[in-house]
Design a binder for this molecule. Structure first.
Ligand code: C2E
Ligand code: MG
Ligand code: MG
Ligand code: MG
Length: 278
């Protein structure tokens, strides 16, 4: 449409674009101070074993408590953090908080509890991750690397350079586990699952949202579950919101689930409470 409107299009887009650019520039500047100013928050969303109903894992999700704009979701600042390089510092912070939470949970008797941390493609580039210092922190806190799950998206494996493969292998050699996030939305080939030896697949929320008792739409994710199990990969369904979705996923043999039906993302203290109360 913009093309046909020729020069006039600038009258239409300019004010909006200027505002968006201004906000973006402001956020980039402010983002540099978030860690120092203690404005980042970490939430944990429980992941439930669909057979037993017990919480056995969680996913770490970052928030930015902006002094004027309120609590910001990752969608509002992660891409800015990536393009400005701040994602390295934020990623370190998220990892540290996760490791400390695991230490507290282990001290409370949850030795096998695992927490997933999201890693964007950017964090796999040169200097994009301080993973040696992460290993040191885990040793210091006496948290085994097995308790950490690294969540990466299919796209990361797709534009996979030698570097990505090497870094993923390094995490695996340290005994961290690998989870393939947002599965079913991209173009990941089955060959990648085998090649990168992933431990978990996370079925994207958009696939789960479509689940209903109409069986026609089920073919895709039912096939994914069967295939995953043949490759010795466990399946986590994201974004389970209704008992109906849960029942269908349980029937299809899905291993684990995450979603508002069980819990929204919560604080570490709340997670500890939930686990204490069984
Ligand atoms: P993701 O890794 O796919 O995380 C799941 C997202 O789905 C989370 O959004 C979670 O709050 C949301 N969710 C979970 N259950 C439900 C549900 O039942 N219904 C609905 N509508 N949503 C649900 P959130 O926290 O806004 O995070 C969005 C994305 O931001 C994440 O998607 C992840 O890709 C990225 N992200 C979050 N934390 C980090 C981080 O520390 N580092 C990096 N690099 N990316 C992060
Ligand atoms: Mg994730
Ligand atoms: Mg996901
Ligand atoms: Mg998703």
């Amino acid at each position: 449409i913009a093309k046909h409107e020729g020069r006039n299009r600038f009258h239409y887009f300019a004010p909006y674009m200027q505002e968006a650019t201004r906000v973006r520039m402001e956020l980039i500047g402010e983002l540099r101070e978030t860690v120092a100013r203690n404005e980042l928050r970490i939430l944990f969303q429980p992941i439930v074993d669909l057979q037993t109903g017990k919480i056995c894992k969680a996913e770490a999700l970052v928030r930015w408590e902006h002094p004027e704009r309120g609590l910001l979701n990752p969608a509002e600042f992660i891409s800015i953090a990536e393009s400005s390089g701040m994602i390295v510092e934020i990623g370190d912070w998220v990892f540290q908080q996760t490791a400390r939470e695991l230490q507290r949970l282990r001290q409370a008797g949850h030795q096998d509890f695992q927490i997933g941390v999201n890693k964007s493609a950017w964090q796999f580039r040169e200097n994009g991750s301080n993973y040696q210092s992460w290993l040191e922190l885990l040793r210091e806190l006496e948290v085994p690397a097995e308790n950490i799950i690294i969540e990466v998206t299919e796209n990361l494996l797709l534009d996979s350079t030698y570097q990505v493969a090497q870094r993923l292998a390094a995490f695996q050699q340290a005994h961290m586990q690998i989870s393939l996030d947002d599965f079913g939305t991209g173009y990941c080939s089955v060959a990648f699952l085998k090649r990168f030896n992933v431990d978990y697949i996370k079925l994207d929320r958009t696939l789960i949202t479509d689940i209903s008792h109409e069986r026609s739409g089920h073919a895709l994710w039912e096939a994914i579950i069967v295939m995953a199990h043949k490759l010795d990969i466990k399946v986590i369904a994201e974004g389970i919101e209704t008992p109906e979705q849960l029942a269908i996923l349980q029937q299809a043999g899905c291993d684990l689930g995450q979603g508002y039906l069980f819990s929204r993302p919560i604080s570490g203290t709340e997670l500890e409470e939930k686990l204490k109360n069984g």
